[in-house]
Write a protein that binds this ligand. Structure first.
Ligand SMILES: NC(=O)C1=CN([C@@H]2O[C@H](COP(=O)(O)OP(=O)(O)OC[C@H]3O[C@@H](n4cnc5c(N)ncnc54)[C@H](OP(=O)(O)O)[C@@H]3O)[C@@H](O)[C@H]2O)C=CC1
Ligand SMILES: O=C[C@H](O)[C@@H](O)[C@@H](O)[C@H](O)C(=O)O
Length: 315
């Protein structure tokens, strides 16, 4: 499945990407090599996944063996929260680990700056155990730093974007941005359609990439009767239905696996029909509301209607 979808930069993003969050060192190199040999051209990485060095070994391997050319790959990395005041350093670290000259997309991982000098380089905490948030800057300052980064280093970063942005935070960002984010990467699946963010981004020309489309680790979605019925109708697995849902919404989608058979299986996308999409749209109501599987304990209200608790850092 090598469909590519347009970005507001003029570039395209392959519809299916391999996720690498929680892909253990010792497993992720083989997974990335297998995926690229199987035809994946889009790999989603992040500094905070602490496995970019191994992903980089895999990329070097497939490029050196002539399986793929660098320019045929779409590689995303993300600026972690403790690097919001050090965007250039964050990018440089990821490029070195990934052994790349440039990334195709660099995302602000969360609109939540954390203390760069706290008690942990990635997940600093205060004595009371809460995350050590840096309130001296806002996510808008961070966005301006990313704008500067792409302006000064267009050779190192081809597009900038955001992740985990709600309508509220996007409105604040766009009011002061000179570059419209190319992408908003958000949790998205039939139990969390986030229709308001998807519609807002469409209207603003911001491409949506869906993360945790399978419901992340330990997902209930593979056993969901409605998903299984649609899978049976099309004679495919539940994973194919869950991934194809995004294709029908013109979003790209990231599927994580370190299992070769599942990496292969996840390449199979189909065209869901209007009836399937209507059935999936009704799923949250059937299952007693939305389910969000990824919500780190920042203690911050990032503006999602289903998560109203925490401090407001929208700026
Ligand atoms: N920007 C952000 O904040 C976030 C970004 N992401 C990105 O999105 C990617 C995908 O999301 P993620 O949360 O990892 O979860 P996914 O929804 O991709 O689910 C991954 C889980 O499903 C299993 N799995 C994969 N394929 C199949 C299959 N065909 N049948 C049965 N089980 C399967 C995997 O196990 P196994 O590996 O054993 O196959 C793993 O346990 C991440 O890896 C990351 O790159 C994710 C979360 C947050
Ligand atoms: O990309 C994946 C997720 O956002 C992940 O990076 C966070 O959930 C992180 O583990 C955290 O605890 O803040």
């Amino acid at each position: 499945m090598n469909t590519a979808l347009p970005l507001n930069t003029g570039a395209t993003i392959p519809a299916l990407g391999l996720g690498t969050w929680q892909s253990a060192p010792g497993e992720v190199k083989a997974a990335v090599i297998h995926a690229i040999e199987a035809g994946y051209r889009h790999i989603d990485c992040a500094y905070c996944y602490q496995n970019e060095d191994e992903v980089g070994e895999a990329l070097q391997d497939v490029i050196q063996r002539g399986i793929v050319k660098r320019e045929e790959l779409f590689i995303t990395s993300k600026l972690w929260c403790t690097f919001h005041t050090r965007a250039e350093e964050g990018l440089q670290k990821s490029l070195e680990l990934l052994k790349l000259d440039y990334v195709d997309l660099y995302l602000m991982h969360w609109p939540v700056p954390m203390n760069p000098n706290g008690n942990h380089p990635l997940f600093p905490k205060l004595p009371d155990g809460s995350r050590d948030i840096d309130r001296s800057i806002t996510h808008i300052d961070t966005w301006k730093a990313l704008e500067k980064l792409i302006q000064t280093h267009p050779d190192k970063v081809k597009a900038i974007g955001v992740a985990n942005y709600s309508v509220k935070y996007l409105e604040k960002l766009l009011a002061q941005a000179t570059i419209v984010p190319a992408v908003n990467q958000i949790e998205n699946h039939p139990l969390l359609p986030q229709q308001e963010v998807v519609d807002f981004c469409k209207q603003k020309g911001i491409h949506i990439t869906a993360y945790s489309p399978l419901g992340s680790t330990g997902s209930p979605l593979f056993k969901d009767e409605t998903v299984l019925e649609i899978a049976k109708k099309h004679n495919v697995g539940a994973g194919t239905v869950l991934l194809s849902y995004h294709l029908a919404r013109n979003s790209s989608v990231l599927a994580k696996s370190v299992n070769p058979a599942r990496i292969d299986e996840n390449r199979k996308l189909i065209q869901l029909d209007e009836a399937d999409m209507a059935t999936l749209a009704a799923l949250p109501e059937k299952r007693g509301g939305f389910s969000r599987f990824v919500y780190p304990p920042f203690g911050v209200n990032v503006g999602f209607p289903d998560k109203p608790e925490g401090i407001d850092l929208s700026g």
